[in-house]
Design a protein around this ligand. Structure first.
Ligand SMILES: C[S@@+](CC[C@H](N)C(=O)[O-])C[C@H]1O[C@@H](n2cnc3c(N)ncnc32)[C@H](O)[C@@H]1O
Ligand code: SF4
Length: 483
C-alpha cells in the first residue's frame, strides 16, 4: 500500500478503523508469523522434532504444558473464490487427496513420540476446504490421529463449505466428537456469490445449519463477509437476521479485505466509498448481533450462550497449550520451544519446505506479558505460568512504558490505558523493545539488516519490520478494546 494512501486515511479515529480493517490481512493472530516467524529459516521437520523434544526434556516451563491442540490443514478447494485470502490450492484430481493423506499420516506418525504423554484434546480441520474430504478419507485421517495422538476425549472443529457437506459426512464426524461446525456462508445472495465465483444455494446453507442443530453439534459458527462486490446493506442485514433466527451460537463477521485496491472497488464507486459501504455494514451488523444476545469475542467473532467457548486459535495466544500442525501451510507452535510454518503449494510433497524458528521461555514470557496487558497483566498469574517474577522478567520495561503513559498500573495489574494513536510509532517500538527483550530484537535486526531507529515515522516511506509489527499490535488492540 502506498504511504500517501495511508497518510490520507489516518487523520481521525474512524479512518484509523478503516485503515486497520484494510490491514486485517496482517492478522493479530499471526503475531508469531510476523515476529518469531520472521526469524524462521528454511529447515526440516527433523529440526522441529528436535527442538520440541529437547525443550520438553530440559525446560521446566515447556514441560508444564500438558495440552496439545492438533491442526490439520486441508488446502484443497474445488473452486477458488475470487475474494479469498486463505492458503489453498485448486483440487485438480481427487487422487491428489490420496497422496496428501499418505503424507499427512506419515507426518503425524513421525511426531507421535515427540508429543508423547500430552493430552491431544482438540483437533481442528482448517482450510482450504476440509469438508471436501469424503467419509472414508475423514475416517482414515481420524484413525491416524487416534493412533499417533491418543486422547481420552477429543473435540473436533471443522470448517465446512456448504456445497461439499452431506448427511453422511456429518454422521461420520458426529460419531467421532464433532464439537464445532463452522459454515462458510459469506452471503446468502446468490448473485453476489456468483460474482465471486462461489456457488451455493440458500437451501444448501439452511440444510447445513439445521442438520447440525438436529445432530446436536454443540457449537455452530457461520462466516459472513461485509462489503463484497454487489452486496447491499439491506441484503447483508437480512443475512444476519436469518442466521440469528436459525439459532447459531457463533457468528464471524469478516470485513472484506484485499491488498488489491481495485478488487475492493469492484462493486463500483471509489475506494473511500467502498470503505463507507463496508463499514456501515460492519457497524450495523455488530449492533444487531450484540442486541441479539451475542458478545464480542476475538477478531470479528461473536458468541452466544457459551460458558467458556473459545476458538482454538484464540487459545493460541495463551501459554497453556502447544499446537502441532500438519499439512501444507500449517503453522504450529510449542510455546518456549519452537514456531514453524510449512510452506508448499504441493500438498503431496513428501518433504515440504518448513520454516522454523527456535524459541526460548523468555519469548513465551514476553508474548504472554504483552497479550495479557491488554486485559490486565497480574504478577501472580505470570508467576504461576512461568515460575519467574514478572518484575525480574520485564519490570524495568513496564515502568518505562508507565512513565510515557503507555501502560497503567492499578489494583495489582498492568494494563494498556486506552487510547492508542496511530502515529506513536516510537512508543510502539519501545513497547516491543521492552517486552520482547533485546535478544529477539537483535536477532531481528541482524536478520533484516535494518538499523532500528525508533524515530522512523510513516512519512519516511521506509519498509520496516517494526511497521508491520506495529500494525499488528494496533489491530490487536483495536479488537481487544471491544471484547
Ligand atoms: C477457510 S475459509 C472457510 C471454509 C470454506 N473454505 C468456505 O469457504 O466455506 C475461511 C473464511 O475466511 C473468510 N475470508 C476469506 N477471504 C476473505 C477476505 N478477503 N475478506 C474477508 N474474509 C475472508 C471467509 O469468511 C471464509 O469463510
Ligand atoms: S472455498 Fe473457502 S478456502 Fe476455498 S477459495 Fe473459497 S473461501 Fe477460500
Amino acid at each position: 500500500m502506498k504511504e500517501s494512501v495511508a497518510n490520507q486515511m489516518i487523520s481521525n479515529d474512524h479512518e484509523i478503523r478503516n485503515f486497520l480493517f484494510f490491514l486485517s490481512d496482517i492478522h493479530p493472530l499471526n503475531l508469531e508469523d510476523t515476529l518469531i516467524g520472521a526469524l524462521a529459516v528454511d529447515s526440516s521437520w527433523g529440526v522441529v522434532a528436535e527442538e520440541v523434544s529437547k525443550a520438553r526434556r530440559e525446560d521446566a516451563f515447556v514441560r508444564s504444558l500438558e495440552k496439545l491442540s492438533l491442526y490439520i490443514h486441508v488446502p484443497f478447494c474445488s473452486r477458488i473464490c475470487t475474494f479469498c485470502h486463505c492458503p489453498k490450492v485448486l483440487l485438480r484430481r481427487h487422487s491428489e487427496i490420496d497422496d496428501y493423506i499418505k503424507v499427512l499420516l506419515r507426518q503425524m506418525m513421525y511426531f507421535s513420540s515427540v508429543y508423547q504423554g500430552m493430552d491431544a484434546s482438540s483437533l481442528c480441520f482448517g482450510g482450504g476446504t476440509p469438508s471436501i474430504l469424503n467419509e472414508k478419507e475423514m475416517a482414515t485421517i481420524l484413525d491416524g490421529v487416534d493412533q499417533s495422538f491418543p486422547a481420552s476425549t477429543r473435540q473436533i472443529y471443522m470448517e465446512i463449505h456448504p456445497t461439499s457437506w452431506t448427511a453422511s459426512k456429518l454422521a461420520v464426524l458426529s460419531g467421532r466428537g464433532l464439537y464445532r461446525a463452522s459454515i462458510g456462508i459469506q452471503s446468502f445472495d446468490e448473485k453476489v456469490l456468483k460474482d465471486v465465483a462461489r456457488s451455493q444455494t440458500k437451501k444448501q446453507v439452511l440444510w447445513c445449519l439445521r442438520s447440525a442443530r438436529k445432530a446436536a453439534v454443540p457449537r455452530l459458527n457461520v462466516d459472513l463477509i461485509a462489503g463484497l462486490p454487489g452486496q447491499t446493506f439491506k441484503g447483508f442485514m437480512s443475512d444476519l437476521k436469518l442466521v440469528i433466527k436459525e439459532g447459531v451460537n457463533e457468528i464471524h463477521l469478516q470485513p472484506y479485505t484485499s491488498f488489491a485496491k481495485e478488487e475492493l472497488s469492484k462493486a463500483g464507486g471509489t475506494f473511500p466509498e467502498f470503505l463507507q459501504r463496508r463499514d456501515a455494514m460492519m457497524t450495523a451488523g455488530e449492533e444487531l448481533v450484540l442486541a441479539s444476545g451475542f458478545r464480542c469475542k476475538g477478531l470479528g467473532g461473536y458468541l452466544r450462550d457459551d460458558k467458556e467457548a473459545i476458538r482454538p486459535e484464540w487459545e493460541y495466544l495463551l501459554p497453556k497449550r502447544a499446537f502441532a500442525a500438519f499439512g501444507p501451510f500449517a503453522m504450529g507452535e510449542f510455546p518456549g520451544a519452537v514456531f514453524y510454518r510449512a510452506g508448499t503449494s504441493d500438498p503431496a510433497n513428501e518433504l515440504p519446505t518448513v520454516k522454523v524458528a527456535a524459541q526460548n521461555s523468555g519469548y513465551a514470557m514476553s508474548q504472554y506479558a504483552l497479550l495479557a496487558a491488554i486485559n490486565g497483566l497480574g504478577e501472580d498469574v505470570f508467576f504461576k505460568y512461568f515460575g519467574v517474577a514478572l518484575d525480574k522478567h520485564c519490570g524495568a520495561g513496564l515502568r518505562y512504558l508507565q512513565r510515557y503513559g503507555l501502560l497503567a498500573f492499578a489494583k495489582g495489574k498492568w494494563k494498556f490505558p486506552g487510547k492508542w494513536e496511530f502515529r506513536r510509532v516510537r512508543e510502539y517500538a519501545a513497547l516491543s523493545r521492552v517486552l520482547f527483550g533485546n535478544e529477539i530484537l537483535s536477532r531481528l535486526k541482524t536478520k533484516f539488516r535494518q538499523r532500528y531507529n525508533p524515530h522512523h515515522d510513516y512519512e519516511n516511506n521506509e519498509t520496516s519490520f517494526f511497521k508491520a509489527f506495529t500494525q499488528n499490535w494496533l489491530m490487536t488492540l483495536y479488537y481487544q478494546k471491544r471484547v
